[in-house]
Design a protein around this ligand. Structure first.
Ligand code: F6R
Length: 630
């Protein structure tokens, strides 16, 4: 665990991407809830809803299909008063996205309203039992079943809501983060979680609940991350009361929230994605802060210090990750093998978890994830643990499920990444990989001191070089204008620039919906070359490193077939720039670090192409920020 608190993920299942916000306190709840839902919009959703308990003890529930703004329009002439309420954005899992299936769900008596993030796997059998007992259901959701299960327990066991939730959750198989408001209790919220994140903000005479800290930022800095299988009573004027569902009292662990409001707003950029691209010089510096020490020719990674020996003597280091985090891991594998001479494997977490991989207690598995909530990566962690491997994490979100499920880890310190397409998370992950490789090389003695010092100094200069790259990327917009209407694009690079090709292609396809493929440049002749014609732009990452001449030959092959060439080149490049239709320069650097620079203009290229095509850059279709479903 990154934290010292215990957490069991043996029961982790597939959870949804919904967003939860709840409030109780001295202020009107509605504006706080709506603002909170808007801050959670990046997670992806298809309907939204809110429940408010007013002074007359009426529990008003409003729902809308579509965006939070549709919900706002819907409640324009409704009673939205109340100092307590719960609100939700839903990503459909059971039943289509419509108002009936949207949360909050009311119990049969109408006394309790509940919002839920997760999936109740045994909801059908629970529903049948409840139907036998006279309950009827309006929606197709597992959430309405859970709501009525709690009410059934409350009525038949004659217990209060807190106890009813605790007992009911013992009958539930699945994942949940829930928040409940009850008539007659205008000062109390009940919440619980298992396998789905939840955080409570403690303000002055007020409490907040949310799926992650973004709705809470700027409202309070005191937070408690709820652990799996815990139920919480949040009552005004009282301390948080936490119990496990097994009826064991737990002490709330209050932490300071480090995010600030600026960090989740757009800071003058049109989109979060561009803001995050421009944050990269700062982020990379933050990632290295206190860890990279050029003056002492060393790297210190405090989070994994007690596992350094195991890393050094590991039979294999195995990275498990998805998407962009997988690309960063691939860069990491090149770095660690080259500098520290330790065997590294890079696995898609989704494949690893099902293919019965050979992992032993002599391996160290490193899970890499921006969100720390990716279901496949969490499942891969569980599998690796079952096989006895030490599991470390490289993760951005503090207190996330992955940071808790791993034995130890390194935070990337990239700050909240709101744009769905990962940008600064990638550069921060690669920076961590570079430091890890250098640290292992130092311990293993695989590099001479002077050579290591050169690498450390060069890494230290990367933030300025990223800034230079950003400052000289104005013409990327013109390249985007030229190619915004193409139907396909190919990205080619070799060695450490092969993952850059993959990442460039992923960025383009996910936000502009143009089909794009990344390949190792030499693989072109084994198939993709058949695609080349005058309508096919090919992006070459042609920095002046060991395979430069070979990449030049590939450029010639494309040129000979009338393909259009966009070349990312080093400042001193002579050859590639002569052949390319468009050139993007990056500063000279050590070859292993070129992904930290070369990826940046590719992010910008994808961004402008997507904007020019009228795409929703920050929230691309069909995608969500945290892929917490399998
Ligand atoms: C691409 C992207 C995804 C994520 C992937 C893993 O821009 O964002 O490919 O990289 O879903 O997510 P994390 O890193 O949160 O585990």
């Amino acid at each position: 665990m990154f934290f010292s608190k215990k957490c069991n993920f043996a029961f982790l299942i597939f959870i949804t991407m919904c967003g939860i916000v709840a409030y109780v306190g001295h202020q009107e709840a509605y504006p706080i809830l709506i603002e909170g839902l808007k801050r959670l919009e990046y997670r992806g959703y298809d309907s939204a809803g809110v429940a408010l308990l007013n002074k007359a003890d009426q529990l008003n529930v409003y729902k809308a299909k579509g965006k939070v703004s549709d919900l706002e329009a819907k409640v324009a002439d409704k009673d939205i008063s109340g100092h307590i309420g719960i609100a939700h954005t839903r990503w459909a899992t059971h039943g289509e996205p419509n108002e009936t299936n949207a949360h909050p769900h009311l119990s049969k008596s109408g006394n309790i309203a509940l919002i839920h993030n997760g999936i109740i796997e045994n909801y059908l059998s629970l529903r049948k039992e409840l139907e036998k007992r006279g309950f009827q259901f309006k929606s197709s959701t597992d959430t309405e079943v859970l709501t009525n299960l709690i009410e059934d327990v409350q009525q038949s066991e004659h217990v209060d809501l807190f106890e009813a939730v605790r007992i009911a959750l013992n009958h539930v198989i699945g994942a949940y983060a829930i928040a409940i408001v009850e008539k007659g209790h205008p000062d109390q919220l009940i919440a619980a979680r298992k396998g789905s994140p939840m955080v409570i903000g403690i303000g002055d005479g007020e409490y907040f609940i949310a799926s992650d800290a973004t709705p809470i930022v700027g409202r309070t800095q005191k937070v408690v991350y709820i652990e799996d299988e815990q139920v919480v009573r949040i009552k005004l004027g009282e301390e948080l009361h936490i119990k496990t569902i097994q009826d064991v009292e737990a002490i709330p662990y209050v932490q300071e929230l480090k995010m600030n409001l600026d960090s989740i707003e757009k800071a003058g950029f049109d989109h979060f994605m561009m803001k995050e691209i421009y944050e990269q010089p700062t982020i990379v510096r933050d990632t290295m802060r206190g860890r990279l020490h050029p003056e002492a020719n060393t790297v210190r990674l405090g989070g994994i210090i007690q596992y350094e020996k195991q890393l050094l003597y590991a039979d294999n280091i195995v990275f498990v990750a998805c998407g962009t985090s997988w690309h960063a891991s691939l860069v990491g594998s090149y770095m660690i093998e080259k500098l520290a001479k330790i065997r590294v494997k890079v696995e898609y977490a989704s494949e690893f978890r099902y293919r019965d991989p050979v992992v032993t207690p002599h391996d160290v598995v490193i899970a890499v994830s921006q969100s720390g909530e990716t279901a496949d990566t969490l499942a891969a962690i569980n599998l690796a643990k079952e096989k006895g491997a030490i599991v470390l994490g490289i993760c951005n979100v503090i207190g996330s499920s992955i940071s808790r499920a791993t034995d130890a880890g390194i935070y990337t310190h990239a700050g909240p990444e709101i744009g769905v397409a990962s940008t600064k998370a990638f550069t921060s992950q690669v920076t961590v990989m570079a430091m890890l490789a250098l640290r292992l090389a130092e311990l293993k003695g695989t590099m001479k001191d002077e050579e290591r010092l050169e690498f450390i100094k060069e890494l230290d200069s990367i933030p300025e070089k990223i800034q230079w790259t950003l400052d000289h990327s104005g013409h990327v917009k013109d390249i985007a204008a030229k190619y915004k209407d193409v139907r396909n694009m190919l990205y080619l690079g070799r060695l450490q620039n092969y993952p850059v090709a993959l990442e460039g292609a992923l960025k383009l396809k996910e936000i502009s919906y143009i089909h794009a493929e990344g390949y190792p440049a030499a693989e072109m002749k084994h198939g993709p070359i058949a695609l080349i014609d005058k309508d096919m732009p090919v992006v070459f990452i042609a920095t002046n490193h060991s395979t430069y001449e070979k990449v030049i030959s590939n450029i010639q092959e494309v040129k000979a077939r009338d393909g259009k060439i966009i070349a990312i080149v080093s400042q001193k490049d002579v050859l590639a720039r002569k052949m390319a239709d468009y050139v993007i320069e990056i500063p000279e650097t050590e070859c292993l670090y070129s992904p930290l620079l070369a990826t940046v203009p590719l992010q910008i290229l994808a961004y402008y192409i997507a904007v020019m095509r009228g795409c929703n850059v920050d929230q691309p279709r069909n995608l969500a920020k945290s892929v917490t479903v399998e």
